[in-house]
Design a binder for this molecule. Structure first.
Ligand SMILES: Nc1ncnc2c1ncn2[C@@H]1O[C@H](COP(=O)(O)OP(=O)(O)O)[C@@H](O)[C@H]1O
Ligand SMILES: [Mg+2]
Length: 242
């Protein structure tokens, strides 16, 4: 009896029962000029490490809002978003900064590289901000991983769209986050280049065990995922009846 209780209290046992990322009864509303927008309504979802999940649904259905809450860039109006069992709303500023820096990475449709920094400088920036050692070396390793090492000294405008997105992915991965949040990552790319980026995202999930949450309009992108969550008017749509 005593032994059993001790075993259950071990951290490894605990980790198996706690979702990496969980939304529980999450609603988010915005108030603009007295009008209220319900961006998310009563969302309950759990996500585990090593899952590639697509968030589908029409423009305005709440995909970006959900990603922002998942990355603790914003907080629910009601309900709880928790990472490793800890509510993001309960964290103080220092803990939030660490969580954003160490556990999450963001990739955007428009890449959002700093135009006056070289590719490698963009990738090493999160490490420099974190005061991490060997920033240049680690940034170059990451660029090698996305097969962009030869372009490390270029400026972003000297890259193609697909190359810019690979650089942005290298930057998002440089802190080894367990959760990667991608907002329409293939939205500005042609189909063939989009497929290269989707294959790279798949590799990240499979080789690193990252949880990937990807908002997308594209059927091809959604098809690349393991699981699709469909949103409509801020709610999770029930899967079609079989
Ligand atoms: N910062 C904000 N202020 C006010 N309304 C917002 C804000 N962000 C999003 N919205 C509104 O919330 C709803 C969901 O938006 P969003 O999450 O961006 O959807 P999607 O990414 O699926 O297009 C939309 O009606 C949008 O106009
Ligand atoms: Mg959006």
């Amino acid at each position: 009896m005593h032994l059993e209780a001790t075993r259950l209290a071990e951290p490894s046992q605990y980790a198996e029962t706690v979702a990496l990322l969980r939304f529980e009864g999450v609603s988010k509303h915005y108030a603009t000029d007295g009008a209220r927008v319900d961006a998310l309504r009563e969302i309950t979802l759990s996500f585990q490490a090593g899952e590639f999940v697509s968030l589908a649904g029409p423009s305005g259905c709440g995909k970006s809002t959900l990603l922002n809450l998942a990355g603790a860039m914003d907080f629910p109006s009601s309900g709880t978003v928790s990472i490793d069992g800890v509510s993001t709303a309960a964290l103080n500023d220092g803990a939030l900064t660490r969580l954003r820096r160490e556990k999450t990475g963001f990739v955007f449709q428009s890449f959002q590289l700093l135009q006056n920094l070289s590719v490698v400088e963009n990738v090493e920036l999160p490490l420099l901000l974190a005061g991490a050692p060997q920033a240049r070396e680690r940034a170059l390793e990451r660029l090698e991983w996305v097969e962009l090492a030869g372009l490390a000294d270029r400026l972003p405008h000297q890259l193609s769209g697909g190359q810019m997105q690979r650089a942005a992915i290298a930057r998002a991965l440089v802190n080894e986050p367990r959760i990667l949040l991608a907002d329409e990552p293939t939205g500005n790319l042609d189909t063939a280049t989009g497929a290269v980026i989707l294959a790279l995202l798949r590799r990240i999930v499979d080789e690193r065990g990252t949880l990937l949450l990807m908002a997308t309009h594209s059927a091809e992108a959604a098809a690349a995922s393991d699981r699709m969550v469909r949103l409509r008017d801020g709610r999770v749509e029930a899967p079609p009846a079989v």
